[in-house]
Structure formats: structure tokens, C-alpha cells
Design a protein around this ligand. Structure first.
Ligand code: NOJ
Ligand code: CA
Length: 681
């Protein structure tokens, strides 16, 4: 019947009469699409019968073709459902369930061009996703998208709160999160997390950002946000040939902030692993010739302060081996760091060590000590220079036993240098060699996939800093193990300002909804360049659990670990990096987060709690433990004097079961607690 109505609508250029609807498997979330008299289409959603997303427009502005947003008719619809479980080779959980209902609407213009696309709507218990899929067609071959008209009009925005960072600002994703009313948000990046006036938690993000521009959220007032595509210097934001599909536009939904953190929606919306056997991708805890550079006691540049010398590398390999760490990151080992490296991206050589760095001897020693070398490719945002050496750089690392590479794109936002693919001349009248692009733009999206594929060819995993945002592509390319993409620990080295005591409790419900982060915890000295860092010692331990990453740095200097309480080092040596299951138990952005995780192929559970500025009492049920099993709990908590002395760490042990609760106070000024639960045989 609906099909007949739709066909009729197409013939008469009228909107469909019956609104197509799809709902979540639990029946709480309903999404529908409606039209107006001009053939404009709107999507809307409700939860428990209350409006959640008010009617929100769809469509595109194209560079060289009429706008695609009017005289649209739904010509057909296809419903389907899925309930599958897939395995993650590594991750925060081993098994991921994907249960959703899907509705595909076939949409066609009733006007002369008769352009067509599908609107794909997917609804699961933890959120809504929609994407546009363009089939091959005569009047839409090369699609040049200037703007996307998709909107998210939040019902219950007035009186609601939002946690967000600004978009298209010079420091990329490295801003302190702002907590404002939803109606006071400025141009924002995603994920942007909100709590509506009605108490529902939402986070708007995207999934499967491939060969497309990243989405920002442009406020239009009153809680209305438009998908604002990151621009390109070489023309429209997106240039792509049909057939293609846009990334998924996602609204994660939960009754609490932890519910958002427990969702696997972003991963579920990505395509399965396309690399096949990835047993060579190994989660790893690693040391580095790194923090000293941020403290400015050593340098990336050659000279008296050079950190990446042969002697230093050999010493650090021994230290990593002695502490059971699986990797050592070495920065500043290659040519290109001398002088103003921020500005001289062309100078980087990815297969040429500096004269004081004997790669062959270092690689041999690392192999003997069973410590993997973690390579470093800082590019200063010069993609052109990096891509020209990509294959050679990866091959060089593979020859030297490197299985992981940290990449870096230190350049102001809008300053990535990309080999020009558009004709024209530069400011000197020469054929254009470069364009300058954003870290979140289409050129950057393409670059990151190019790097993943070049790395995979050499069995190398990638940890990108100053990256494009995470949209779950680790499912498809499981060698994309981690990334930065927010203010990391380095800001606490520099100060001016530091990350503040509440940053990590905010990250848990914002940035980390996107995927793993290489935050680099474990600064047991609690000391930056001169200033104290805003954390207790217990929180430095807790971060290994609250912040998910299959790569976790043991970031402080060996001499600082030697001075720290032995109990702190015991925790750092023992905490796993790969998990069977993860459950965020409690928290709210900025206040605190409590997460429990079970070791991959093991029985022990670990718990981390990271607090904020004010002291917080944490009280959680241990119902995640196996019923009937007794566990030895070891608790590393803020000592009673930790509000005044953040080094005060208390360690306790006792026997617990799944019927018990854990109550612990997180100290003021960035307190924390960490726990281990070992089954007693
Ligand atoms: C910024 C990265 O976040 C940091 O980890 C790295 O040490 C420097 N860039 C140099 O590449
Ligand atoms: Ca950085």
C-alpha cells in the first residue's frame, strides 16, 4: 500500500502520505521521515513517546549542479533487521553485538534532473544513524559537495547541557572541553555530548569517515545544529564519484552518561576487518624517549641535549625490558628535527637516522631484549613530503623490526600541505604544487587510509597524533590502534594552561566515545616543566583503566619511577592493555568516571576511577564479578591526606564477591582510585 502511495507521490510530485517509520529493537526510539509541500524531506525521532529530534532537514548544496533538497519523493522503502555478534581482534571487548533495525528509503527528484539517492536509517537501542547512498546515475556522476544540509534539531535543548570543543580553530582538537547550555554551543567538533532538559544523554558523532570531509556542528540557535563539512582549499568540501555513501551521521542515546560510554554503535557502523589475519597487531605498554623532550631536558634536535642517541636508546631498551614493557618509542631519531621543525616539514627523512643514532645496533639490542621498537614519523603536517617517502619509510622500519609507528601532524589546523590534485597556479604563477588543507578535511581522510594501507603492507600498526577524528575505522583497518585527537598528557608538561583536574573525567564521555586515545598516563612524579600536574598519584594509575587504548605509555622518566612508591610501579607493570569486556559503571563529564574491565583471555578484573576538581565519593556494586567466586581485591586509592598531598597513595587488600560494593573517596584536585580483582582458587 505504502509503495503505491509512494509511486503516486512520485507521479504527482507530492510528498508521501504515510510517514515511513523505523524503531529500535527495544521499541523506545522511533525515527520517521516526513515531507513538506515543496518536497523537502525531514527526519525526526522520539524516545519513550517524547520528541527527541524535532523535524530536521536533509539534503546537499552542490558546486556545479542545483541544490538537492526540494522536489524529493520517496519512491520505495526496504526494511530489515539484524542481530549479529562479531569478534574484535583486540579491543575494549572481545565480542560486539550489533542489533538494529534498518530502513532504506529510495528517494528521487520529481524535477527534470531526476537525481536519486537512498537514505539509510539504522536504529539500535543505543542510538540512531543515517547516511546517504548515491547510486550510479546519469545526472550525478562527479559529485562536488559544498555543504550538507543534514540537521539535528534537539528537542529539549533549552535547559539542557552540552560538552564540546570548538571546530576549525588553530589548535585542531586540542582544546579544553566547554560545558555550556545546549543553546549556547558555538561551532563544535564531534563527538559533542549533551544531556537534554528531559534527562536523556545524547552524543552526536559520525562513523566510517572515508573519502569525505569530517562533520562539525554549526549551531543555528535554539538547539538546532547543521552538519557543517570541513572545507577544502581546492574547491568543494567533498569531491567524489557516484556510487558512494556518506559517513553515518550518528546520535548516540542513553539514559545515563555511562550508557553512552558502553555503546559500540560507532564500531558497529563500520565495515568489517579488511586486512585479514592481523595477529601481528599487538596491544602494548611502552616506554619512550619522549617525556624528557616535553620537559625540555632533552631535545628532538641533534646536539648536546639530543634524546635519541644510541647510548640512551640502549639504556631505555634495558629499562623497558626490566619492567616487562613490550615497546619503546623513540622520537627525534631521524633527520629533519634540527632548526624550526614545525615549519620545515620538507626536511623530514623517514629512512635516515641522525649520525649519533645507530639504528642497526639498537634494533639488534631491542630484538635480543624482546622489546619492540615503536617508530615515529613526525610530518609537521607535510603530507606531500611524507607520502613521497611512505613506502620507503615503512620498509625501513620493517627491516629494523619496528611493528608500530606513531605518526604526527603538528601543523596549525588548515595547514596540512597536500600535493595538489587540482590544476591552477600558485601565488608565484607556478603550476600549483600544494594545497593547504584541514586535519578534518577530505584530503586528510584519504591520507590516513593511504598510511594505514602502506603500513599494513609492512605489518605495521599506526598510532596517529594530531590526527583526523576517530570514527571507528579500527574495525575495518585493525592496524589503526590508537590516536591522540584531544589534549593529551603533554599539556600537563607544558602548563599554560594544563589540562585541569576534570579533563580525563570529561574525555570519558566525549572524545573517548569516538575510540581509543594515546593519552600517555603514568606521570608518577606529578611534575611538569615547573608546575605540578593536576592529579593525584592514584589517578595516574586509574587512567590506565579509564582511558581505553591498546597502546598505553608508561610515560614518566625511569628516575621518577625509581623514586615512586613500589606499589605504584607494581600496578603499572601488571595492568593489562587488552580486554575481554569493559563496563563504565558511573560518572558524569567533568565530575568522575568509574570503569571496570576484564583482562582478555583471563579472569581478573580491573577498575579505574578518575575524579575532578571536587572530591567525589564513589560507591559501585561489584556485580560485574562472577557470582559465587571470591576475589582478592587490591585497591590503590588516594590516601587520607591526598587533598593536600597528591602523592599520598594508600594500598589495601581484602576479599570480595559480586555481592559486595566498593566505596572509595576520590580526592579533590583530580583524585583517583584503581583496583584489581584476582579470583581466588
Ligand atoms: C606532538 C605529539 O602529540 C607529541 O607526542 C610528539 O612528541 C610531538 N608532537 C613531536 O612529534
Ligand atoms: Ca599533540
Amino acid at each position: 500500500m505504502r509503495l503505491i502511495l509512494s509511486l503516486l507521490a512520485l507521479l504527482l510530485a507530492l510528498p508521501v502520505l504515510a510517514e515511513p517509520i523505523v524503531q529500535s529493537p527495544d521499541g523506545r526510539t522511533r525515527v520517521s521521515v516526513s515531507g513538506d509541500g515543496d518536497g523537502r524531506l525531514y527526519w525526526q525521532a522520539s524516545r519513550d513517546g517524547q520528541p527527541l529530534i524535532a523535524p530536521s532537514p536533509l539534503g546537499f548544496i552542490l558546486a556545479d549542479a542545483p541544490k538537492l533538497d526540494r522536489k524529493l519523493a520517496i519512491t520505495g522503502e526496504a526494511h530489515s533487521s539484524a542481530d549479529t555478534t562479531w569478534d574484535q581482534p583486540w579491543g575494549e571487548r572481545a565480542k560486539v553485538r550489533d542489533r538494529h533495525n534498518q530502513l532504506i528509503l529510495h528517494i528521487a527528484e520529481t524535477s527534470v534532473l531526476k537525481r536519486r539517492f537512498d537514505l539509510v536509517l539504522r536504529v539500535s537501542d543505543d542510538g540512531i544513524a543515517l547516511r546517504y547512498a548515491f547510486p550510479e546515475q546519469p545526472n550525478l556522476k562527479n559529485v562536488r559537495i559544498v555543504a550538507e544540509l543534514t540537521e539535528f534539531r534537539i528537542a529539549g535543548a533549552t535547559g539542557g547541557r552540552a560538552w564540546w570543543i570548538p571546530a576549525l580553530e588553530w589548535n585542531r582538537e586540542e582544546y579544553l572541553y566547554r560545558a555550556t547550555g545546549i543553546t549556547e554551543v558555538g561551532l563544535a567538533q564531534t563527538p559533542m555530548t549533551m544531556k537534554t532538559a528531559g534527562g536523556t544523554w545524547l552524543s552526536i558523532h559520525e562513523a566510517a569517515l572515508i573519502d569525505y570531509a569530517g562533520m562539525n556542528l554549526q549551531p543555528a540557535g535554539g538547539g538546532m545544529f547543521r552538519a557543517a563539512l570541513t572545507p577544502s582549499a581546492s574547491g568543494p568540501a567533498v569531491v567524489v564519484a557516484a556510487p558512494f555513501a556518506t559517513p553515518w551521521r550518528v546520535v548516540m542515546i542513553g539514559d545515563s552518561a555511562p550508557a553512552l560510554a558502553n555503546s559500540s554503535l560507532i564500531l558497529n557502523l563500520n565495515a568489517p576487518n579488511k586486512l585479514g589475519d592481523v595477529s601481528w597487531v599487538r596491544p602494548c605498554k611502552y616506554a619512550g624517549i619522549w617525556w624528557s623532550m616535553h620537559l625540555d631536558t632533552e631535545s628532538w634536535a641533534t646536539g648536546a641535549k639530543h634524546g635519541a642517541t644510541t647510548a640512551n636508546a640502549l639504556k631505555m631498551i634495558d629499562w623497558a625490558a626490566a619492567n616487562g614493557l613490550c615497546g619503546l618509542l623513540i622520537e627525534g631519531w631521524n633527520k629533519g628535527w634540527d632548526g624550526d621543525w614545525f615549519a620545515n616539514g620538507w626536511d623530514f627523512r623517514f629512512a635516515e637516522p641522525t649520525p649519533d643514532f645507530d639504528m642497526v645496533a639498537i634494533a639488534a639490542h631491542a630484538k635480543k631484549k624482546r622489546v619492540g621498537l615503536i617508530g615515529h614519523h613526525e610530518t609537521s603536517g607535510n603530507l606531500a613530503n611524507y607520502e613521497a617517502q611512505l613506502g620507503a619509510g615503512m620498509a625501513y622500519y620493517q627491516q629494523n623490526g619496528v611493528t608500530m609507528v606513531k605518526t604526527g601532524y603538528v601543523a596549525d589546523a588548515g595547514g596540512l600541505q597536500v600535493a595538489a590534485n587540482t590544476p591552477g597556479t600558485d601565488m608565484n604563477g607556478q603550476p600549483r604544487a600544494l594545497t593547504y588543507e584541514w586535519h578534518e578535511g577530505q584530503a586528510s581522510a584519504r591520507h590516513h587510509v593511504k598510511v594505514l594501507e602502506a603500513a599494513a603492507a609492512h605489518r605495521i600498526s599506526i598510532n596517529s597524533h594530531e590526527p583526523i577524528k576517530d570514527t571507528g575505522l579500527r574495525r575495518t583497518w585493525p592496524n589503526w590502534v590508537s590516536r591522540e585527537g584531544a589534549r593529551g598528557m603533554e599539556f600537563n608538561a607544558w602548563g599554560n594552561p594544563d589540562n585541569g583536574p576534570e579533563h580525563e573525567a570529561t574525555l570519558a564521555f566525549t572524545r573517548l566515545l569516538a575510540g581509543p586515545m594515546d593519552y600517555t598516563p603514568g606521570i608518577v612524579s606529578l611534575q611538569g616543566r615547573g608546575q605540578k600536574i593536576p592529579s593525584t598519584l592514584a589517578k595516574q594509575l586509574a587512567l590506565y583503566v579509564t582511558i581505553y587504548s591498546p597502546l598505553q605509555m608508561v610515560a614518566d622518566l625511569p628516575e621518577n619511577y625509581a623514586k615512586a612508591p613500589g606499589a605504584a610501579m607494581d600496578f603499572i607493570r601488571a595492568v593489562p592493555v587488552d580486554w575481554q569486556e569493559s563496563i563504565t559503571l558511573a560518572g558524569e563529564p567533568g565530575s568522575h568516571v568509574v570503569t571496570a574491565r576484564q583482562r582478555r583471555s583471563g579472569q581478573d578484573w580491573w577498575l579505574g576511577a578518575a575524579g575532578g576538581k571536587q572530591a567525589v565519593p564513589v560507591d559501585v556494586a561489584l556485580s560485574f564479578l562472577t557470582p559465587g567466586q571470591r576475589y582478592r581485591l587490591t585497591l590503590w586509592r588516594d590516601g587520607d591526606g591526598a587533598d593536600a598531598n597528591p602523592h599520598d597513595l594508600a594500598v589495601e587488600t581484602r576479599i570480595v564477591t559480586s555481592n559486595d560494593r566498593l566505596s572509595v573517596r576520590l580526592a579533590a584536585g583530580g583524585g583517583g582510585a584503581a583496583a584489581r580483582f584476582e579470583p581466588i582458587r
